[in-house]
Design a protein around this ligand. Structure first.
Ligand SMILES: NC(=O)c1ccc[n+]([C@@H]2O[C@H](COP(=O)([O-])OP(=O)(O)OC[C@H]3O[C@@H](n4cnc5c(N)ncnc54)[C@H](O)[C@@H]3O)[C@@H](O)[C@H]2O)c1
Length: 258
């Protein structure tokens, strides 16, 4: 997908990875950028507006734990933008002491956002189709025992996104789906995670967690935008230590028919 002139909605755009991703998108010459997030970051917004003067950048307040707030944000964005080409679901927390909130933000919120976006984008509703990019994690493809709740939420994201990438849906809606699986990335999220593993008494594992090599948010963002440019429906991308790699999954079960 050539991103020049495209309309992008980024959920969680003021986060560590999000703020670098939106810059990468703007550098590609997108036309409109809607940032949905819990809190406005006026300084970042002002800086983007003065740097990328050819693009229209705006913020809409949204709480991803609240379905009404998600729907209101899309409605407001749809009143400002003709159509959506790319949606990035990039909100998330990593705090296994908050079980319900983890599932609410990382999985339920992402599901509601995706299904809401589809109503606007689907060719079945006279939309133009487009691409929905869901941020999972390496913990959404390899179980992470120290963060079992987070890992469960991210496995949910990977399964949901790969499920919707079914070619039947693609042919009827025109919407492609991409799953992004970043490895450790230097953002505030990891600091919160360090103090909130699933169980106490896991110091040896925590030490390894702290010492593991991490990529920068900019490296992660460059990988994400390259994956979006591929536009490949159903693709799952590992972005680790600055390297982007498409993952393949063995088929271990198919239904049997009479
Ligand atoms: N940092 C990593 O190592 C890493 C690795 C793999 C995947 N990820 C995933 O990448 C995504 C971005 O993470 P990050 O590292 O930039 O974290 P971050 O904490 O810097 O950003 C998280 C974003 O989510 C938003 N958010 C949180 N709760 C919200 C709510 N209730 N409503 C609306 N927005 C809300 C925050 O405002 C922020 O913009 C997350 O999905 C995360 O799980 C991060």
């Amino acid at each position: 997908m050539d991103l020049s002139g495209k309309n992008v909605v980024y959920l969680g755009g003021f986060g560590g990875i999000g703020s670098k991703c939106i810059e990468e998108f703007l550098q590609k010459g997108i036309k409109n950028l809607a940032i949905f997030d819990l809190h406005e970051n006026a300084a970042v917004l002002e800086n983007l507006r003065s740097t990328y003067t050819a693009s229209n950048v705006f913020y809409i307040k949204m709480d991803i734990t609240d379905k009404n707030s998600i729907e209101a944000a899309y409605n407001e964005a749809a009143n400002k933008i003709d159509h959506f080409d790319v949606i990035v679901n990039g909100c998330g927390i990593m705090n296994d002491s908050l079980i319900e909130l983890t599932i609410q933000i990382n999985l339920l919120g992402l599901i509601h956002s995706t299904l809401t976006a589809m109503k606007y984008m689907s060719k079945l509703n006279n939309g133009k189709g487009g691409l929905i990019v869901n941020i999972s994690s390496v913990a959404g493809i390899e179980p992470a025992g120290m963060y079992a709740v987070y890992s469960a939420s991210k496995f949910g994201v990977s399964a949901f996104t790969r499920g919707l990438a079914n070619p039947f849906y693609y042919h009827t809606t025109g919407i492609g789906f991409i799953t992004i699986c970043p490895g450790f990335t230097e953002t505030n999220l990891l600091g919160v995670a360090y103090n909130n593993p699933t169980f106490e008494k896991c110091e040896p594992m925590l030490k390894r967690f702290a010492e593991a090599k991490k990529q920068t948010a900019t490296e992660c963002a460059k990988g994400l935008v390259k994956a979006v440019e591929s536009g490949k429906n159903g693709s799952v991308w590992l972005i680790d230590l600055g390297t982007l790699k498409e993952l393949e999954f063995p088929v271990v079960w198919t239904p049997t028919f009479e």
